[in-house]
Ligand binder design. Structure first.
Ligand code: ZN
Length: 304
């Protein structure tokens, strides 16, 4: 069993309208935009990152907004819901703010469901998460802390459960079709596996989670994880430089794309903490596209 993995690092979802996404995360949920860059593999579209004041691992929600993207279809083989931690007693505040009601997560914790602009499902879950408020945009006794968990919907959960055990997760709760896996002392985010043997396959599109990333401290630890995964038969990419972290990717048995991302170097690598997320940042190999991209990408802060 691996001991290098800390929990979730980031979650990346496909979107359509970057301004709507930006308004939802910074306005409605009160997180901070910590990086405005482009999809390194498709630089004509943004890659937008939201999180706490520094976009710390375990708080970073990211989007690939493809303007006009067709909506995805929910089903098996995907992360169908991302949960964010809020303090105990904060659910009624969020229900009121979002114009909805208080429900519960699969294990009974008070929670508030909310959909982002592309229909991607989020649940704000009350928990004892010890992290401070992500930002000062919402009162500290109510503000989001970071990821609480993700819910993976799978036709057959056995292979993914084995993978999570290899990665250092342990089953901590089970209720009906839902099984929760967490890392003892883990910093952020459980993984719930939801068995839906008869549901159709998901179809990826706007509002679909593209991949989930797990945190390791350093590049050395990432290489240890890569070796272990390869030894267990997983087809893992080489290490890829994402400027703000190093990444490796592999497909989990249930079909969900997993990434292992380093905590180093972080989002303040190329701009000061005070102004994170304001200027368009491009990786060196796309810098020659700047003039065109600055004109082509829809401005995010116009009219605010
Ligand atoms: Zn990623």
């Amino acid at each position: 069993m691996l001991t290098e993995i800390n929990g979730l690092h980031h979650v990346t979802t496909i979107g359509s309208d970057p301004r709507a996404i930006d308004g939802f995360w910074t306005g409605t949920l009160g997180l901070r935009r910590v990086k405005k860059t482009v999809n390194f593999d498709a630089p004509d579209i943004y890659h937008l990152y939201y999180g706490d004041d520094l976009g710390r691992p375990g708080t970073a929600m990211t989007y690939f907004p493809f303007p006009g993207a067709a909506p995805g279809r929910r089903g098996t083989g995907e992360v169908a819901e991302v949960r964010l931690a809020i303090p105990q007693g904060a659910a009624p505040f969020w229900a009121d703010r979002l114009g909805t009601g208080v429900s519960a997560d699969p294990f009974g914790a008070p929670a508030v469901a909310v959909f982002a602009p592309d229909g991607d499902a989020f649940l704000l879950v009350e928990s004892d998460d010890p992290r401070p408020a992500a930002t000062a945009a919402v009162a500290p006794d109510r503000a989001i802390r970071g990821f609480h968990s993700v819910a993976a919907v799978l036709r057959d959960t056995a292979g993914t459960a084995d993978l999570l055990r290899l990665m250092g997760y342990r089953e901590t709760a089970r209720d009906g079709a839902a099984t929760r896996f967490a890392i003892d002392g883990g910093r952020a985010g459980a993984v719930d596996l939801i068995a839906r043997p008869d549901a159709p396959d998901a179809r990826q599109g706007a509002g679909s989670v593209h991949h989930i990333a797990f945190s390791v401290d350093t590049r050395a630890r990432q290489l240890d994880v890569r070796t272990a995964l390869t030894d267990h038969g997983f087809d893992v990419t080489p290490v890829i430089d994402r400027d703000y972290f190093w990444a490796i990717y592999f497909r989990s048995p249930g079909g969900i794309l997993f990434e292992i991302a380093t905590d180093e170097p972080g989002f303040d690598r190329d701009e000061p903490p005070e102004t994170l997320g304001t200027a368009l940042k491009l990786p060196a190999r796309h810098e020659h596209l700047r003039d065109r991209l600055e004109k082509q990408l829809v401005p995010l802060d116009a009219g605010r």
